[in-house]
Design a protein around this ligand. Structure first.
Ligand code: PLP
Length: 434
């Protein structure tokens, strides 16, 4: 029985069917000394019952733990550490006593600094009361869906998508509604595709989540696309949740926040973070920018959920933001270089095609000419070349037949891994070719 309890708590969905059935039968019943408690539907269904998209990543991590020399190009984690000046600021703040409960919506200086940044970037005057400091972009996404959707409401998101999106929406009790963005449209969604999903949904769609620069595709939405999306949100009375965590990693075009467009500030919740732009993934600090009333309500949510984030982390974040755009360009520079490596190597072959790399820290590669799906390609690449990349299928149906390569190891190692990936792809294409 203990075994079953453990299976239930970890990964019942992956257990053999008879074990699943038995576990369900016994779940709510007293069983000997143990009472096997049932968990809420909200939490047990957060991944939708299927795999959560991280299997290959976990496999690669297991291989690394066993001492195997895997080149890991899976998650969006920099190969540099947080800058020592930021760490010094964190250390000094902690030693100066900023270790007690900090202001729940964020310390005033940090809210003011973020408001100032957003005003300068968007041209829309933004007050500190329109900013909530939260523990990272992921928490911001979770909270933004709580703010915009009631249980059972539809929450739209664009496929391909960052792997946590559907679970985040389910976690808020809403119904995830995927809208496919097509490769031939540069993975930018069309308004009519979004409207078709809204019309097909029997309930009430309340929010639309977009992400530009985009993970995994690297697409950067231009003004016309954002205007179209904004007009649609107005027409269908949707909250627009705009995930902009890669705002400082733009290689082509420029980042435009929909909040900057006429009439959109009142219905947009912007998700920002210091994780990617400042190499502070582990500090867990981000923000939500939105209308005052929404931020006040989200402050109530924060009071009951996180009770804010550590004061010394906020002081470090303030220091990081004050290092200015030159520092963000420095953090982004390696990804720009490696993107150029991808472009150079891909130009010498015809099997693998890169989706235009306009922004973010990934290359999104179309491997369909190898005759393999993204998942089969990634698994075989890990087995045969010890190179770990994410299968496109982890990011949705529209990403099938692709793999996402994080630009996150040193240039020479990256170039070597990419050469081997291309060699492997050529070999597969030869084996399965026409
Ligand atoms: N949004 C996107 C598109 C991401 O890729 C990530 C992380 O990889 C996040 C949000 C969450 O970032 P964090 O919680 O570290 O700020």
């Amino acid at each position: 029985m203990m075994l079953l309890v453990l299976v239930m708590a970890s990964d019942l969905a992956a257990a053999p069917r008879p074990v699943q059935r038995f576990a369900r039968l016994t779940a709510a019943r007293p069983c000997g000394l143990l009472r096997c408690m049932t968990l809420s539907h909200r939490i047990t269904r957060i991944t939708g019952g299927g795999p959560d998209g991280w299997d290959l990543f976990r496999k690669a991590r297991r291989m690394i733990a066993e001492g195997r020399p895997v080149v890991e190009l899976t998650i969006g984690e920099h190969d540099i550490r947080t800058d020592s000046r930021i760490l010094d600021a964190m250390d000094a703040a902690a030693r100066d006593g900023h270790t007690g409960y900090a202001a729940v919506p964020g310390i005033p200086e940090l809210r003011a600094e973020i408001a100032h940044r957003v005003t300068a970037q968007s041209g829309i005057a933004t007050a500190p009361e329109e900013v909530l400091v939260v523990p990272g972009g992921q928490a911001a996404l979770f909270m933004a869906h709580h703010a915009s959707c009631d249980p059972g409401d539809g929450a739209l998101y664009i496929d391909p998508y960052y792997a946590t999106y559907p679970g985040t929406i389910r976690g808020a009790g809403a119904v995830p509604l995927a809208v496919e963005a097509r490769a031939r449209d540069g993975f930018v969604p069309r308004a009519e595709a979004i409207e078709a999903v809204i019309d097909a949904f029997e309930g009430h769609a309340r929010s639309l989540l977009i992400n530009t620069p985009n993970n995994p595709t690297g697409a950067v939405y231009g003004r016309p696309a954002l205007e179209e999306i904004g007009a649609l949100c107005g027409r269908r009375d949707l909250w627009l949740i705009s995930d902009e965590v890669y705002e400082s990693q733009v290689w082509e075009g420029e980042h435009l926040s929909p909040r900057a467009l006429p009439g959109l500030a009142e219905r947009t919740l912007v998700v920002g973070s210091l994780s990617k732009g400042h190499a502070m993934t582990g500090s867990r600090v981000g923000w939500i920018v939105g209308p005052r009333a929404a931020i006040a309500a989200l402050e109530d949510l924060a009071t009951h959920m996180t009770y804010g984030i550590p004061g010394f982390v906020q002081d470090a974040a303030l220091h990081a933001l004050r290092m200015g755009p030159a520092f963000e360009a420095e953090v982004a520079a390696p990804f720009r270089r490696r993107r150029d490596i991808v472009a150079r190597l891909l130009a010498t072959q015809e099997v693998v095609r890169a989706v235009p790399m306009q922004g973010a820290m990934y290359a999104f590669l179309d491997v369909r000419a190898t005759g393999l799906e993204g998942e089969a390609f990634a698994l075989a690449l890990l087995k045969e070349e010890a190179i770990a990349v994410m299968p496109g299928e982890s990011f949705g149906r529209a990403a099938a037949g692709h793999v996402r390569v994080a630009l996150t190891v040193a240039d020479d190692r990256f170039e070597d891994a990419l050469r081997r990936l291309l060699g492997f792809a050529a070999e597969q294409a030869r084996k399965r070719g026409p």
